[in-house]
Design a protein around this ligand. Structure first.
Ligand code: PMP
Length: 412
C-alpha cells in the first residue's frame, strides 16, 4: 500500500491496548472504524484555532471555518467523482441520507400502486424508510431474492423491476454477507424502466473505489464513521437535476434565500438542504479521513482487504462446525465475514472472542429480514480494515477454535 502496516498501525493509538490481558484485535470495522491521528488532530486543530459558525460571518475565523467546511465538501466530491459540489450534501450519515431521499424524492414521486424495489439483504436503514413510504403511499415494496451463495439474484432483479417501479434501493456491499452487488447493472435496469437508483454506500465507500458517474446512480448515501471519519457526519450524493426538483426536508437557518411572513424561498444547492448549523468539525474530520485514505488510494485499500480475505476465509471454512454466510469463494467475498458456530449462540461466541482480545460483533446486524431469510436468529461478524494484519486473522481463527474447545470442555 506504499506505507508499511506497522507505520499504518502507529497512526491508530487505540490499537495499541490490551483487552482482557491480550493485545486488541479490532475486527468490528463494519460497525465503525478507528480514527487515525490525522483525523483527531484535524478536529483538535479546528477547535483550537478556527472554530466559528460557517457561511454567516465576515470575520476571519468565520471565513476560515467556512473555507475548511467547503473544502471538505470538495474532498467528498472528488472522492466519489461527483460532477459538482452542488451534488454533495452533508448529513448525519447513511440513515439520515436514505430518510431524506424517501421524505423528499419519495414523497413527491411515489404514488399508490407504484413499486419500490429493495433486496432481502438490506440494512434496516435502507429498508424501513422505504417500508414506511410504501405504507404512507399505498405503494408496493418488493424484495429481490438472493442466490444460494448470498449474491443478488439478477434474474429475479430483472423480474422485480418493472414499469411501475419508481425507486430501486440496494447496498453496494452487504454488511452481513460481504458481497458486492452489481449496482451499475441495477442502475441500468432501473433507468430502462424510468426508476431512480439509490445506492447504500455505507460499506462500499470505506473499502473500494466508488465513482458515481461510472455507476450512473441517482443517489448515494454514506457514513463518515465507517471510513475513519468522526461519528455524526456523512453524506448524500444526488444528481443535480434531481436535487433542483426536490423539496428540502428540513427548514430553518442557512437553507433559505428570503423569508417573508407567509412564504420563503430556498438557497442554492447544496445549502438548500442543510438547515441549521452543520456538523462543521465533523465535515473537516471527514475531509481529513479522505486525505488519509487517498494516500493509499482506494484500489490499494481494497486489495489489502482482499488479501486478508484470501488468507482467512479458507481457514474459517476449515473449522469444523463453523458456518460462514455469503460466498465461500474469497474473490466474491469482501472483508465483512458473518459466521456461526454449531451449538453456540453468537453472543457467547463473541464473548469468548472478547476474552481473547478479539473484537467482533454479534446480533442481527440491523438486518432482521435477512436473518429470517437465512433462517438464523443472529450471527457473529468479523470485519477487516486497512490496519488489520495476517496476525489478526490468525488470532481470529485461533480464538474461535479456543472458544469452541472452551464450550466443549469448560476451559479456555
Ligand atoms: N447501510 C449499511 C449497509 C450499513 O452497514 C449501515 C451501518 N451498519 C448503515 C446503512 C447505517 O449507517 P449509519 O448507522 O451510519 O447511518
Amino acid at each position: 500500500m506504499g506505507k508499511n502496516l506497522n507505520d499504518i498501525r502507529a497512526d491508530f493509538p487505540i490499537l495499541e491496548q490490551q483487552v482482557n490481558d491480550e493485545p486488541l484485535v479490532y475486527l468490528d470495522n463494519a460497525a465503525t472504524t478507528q480514527k487515525p491521528k490525522a483525523v483527531v488532530e484535524a478536529l483538535t486543530h479546528y477547535y483550537y484555532h478556527d472554530n466559528a459558525n460557517v457561511h454567516r460571518g465576515v470575520h476571519t475565523l468565520a471565513e476560515r471555518a467556512t473555507e475548511q467546511f467547503e473544502a471538505a465538501r470538495e474532498k467528498v466530491r472528488a472522492f466519489i467523482n461527483a460532477r459538482s459540489t452542488k451534488e454533495v450534501l452533508f448529513t448525519r450519515g447513511t440513515t439520515t441520507s436514505l430518510n431524506w431521499i424517501a421524505a423528499s424524492y419519495g414523497e413527491a414521486n411515489v404514488n399508490a400502486g407504484d413499486e419500490i424495489v429493495i433486496s432481502y439483504m438490506e440494512h434496516h436503514s435502507n429498508l424501513v424508510p422505504w417500508q414506511q413510504l410504501a405504507l404512507r403511499k399505498q405503494a408496493k415494496l418488493k424484495y429481490i431474492k438472493l442466490n444460494a451463495d448470498g449474491t443478488l439474484d439478477m434474474t429475479d432483479a430483472a423480474q422485480q423491476i418493472t414499469d411501475q417501479t419508481k425507486i430501486v434501493a440496494i447496498a453496494q456491499v452487504s454488511n452481513v454477507l460481504g458481497v458486492v452487488n452489481p449496482v451499475k447493472d441495477l442502475a441500468k435496469l432501473a433507468h430502462q424502466h424510468g426508476a431512480v437508483m439509490v445506492v447504500d454506500g455505507a460499506q462500499s465507500l470505506p473499502n473500494m473505489p466508488v465513482d458515481v458517474q461510472a455507476l450512473d446512480c441517482d443517489f448515494l448515501a454514506f457514513s463518515g464513521h465507517k471510513m475513519m471519519g468522526p461519528t455524526g457526519i456523512g453524506g448524500l450524493y444526488a444528481k443535480e437535476e434531481l436535487l433542483n426538483a426536490m423539496a428540502p426536508v428540513e427548514f430553518g437557518g442557512e437553507m433559505i434565500d428570503f423569508v417573508n411572513l407567509f412564504d420563503s424561498s430556498w438557497s442554492q444547492l447544496p445549502w438548500k438542504f442543510e438547515a441549521g448549523t452543520p456538523d462543521i468539525s465533523g465535515a473537516i474530520g471527514l475531509g481529513a479521513a479522505i486525505d488519509y485514505l487517498n494516500q493509499f488510494g482506494m484500489a490499494a485499500v481494497h486489495e489489502h482487504e482482499q488479501k486478508l480475505v484470501d488468507y482467512v476465509l479458507p481457514q474459517l471454512l476449515a473449522i469444523d462446525g463453523l458456518t460462514v454466510y455469503g460466498p465461500h469463494e474469497p474473490a466474491k467475498h469482501t472483508g465483512v465475514i458473518a459466521f456461526n458456530l454449531d451449538g453456540l449462540h453468537p453472543h457467547d461466541l463473541a464473548t469468548g472472542l472478547d476474552m481473547e482480545g478479539v473484537a467482533v460483533r454479534a446480533g442481527h446486524h440491523c438486518a432482521q429480514p435477512l436473518m429470517k431469510y437465512l433462517q438464523v436468529p443472529a450471527t457473529a461478524r468479523a470485519s477487516f480494515y486497512i490496519y488489520n494484519t495476517k496476525a489478526d486473522a490468525d488470532r481470529l481463527v485461533e480464538s474461535i477454535v479456543a472458544t469452541k474447545e472452551f464450550f466443549k470442555n469448560g476451559t479456555i
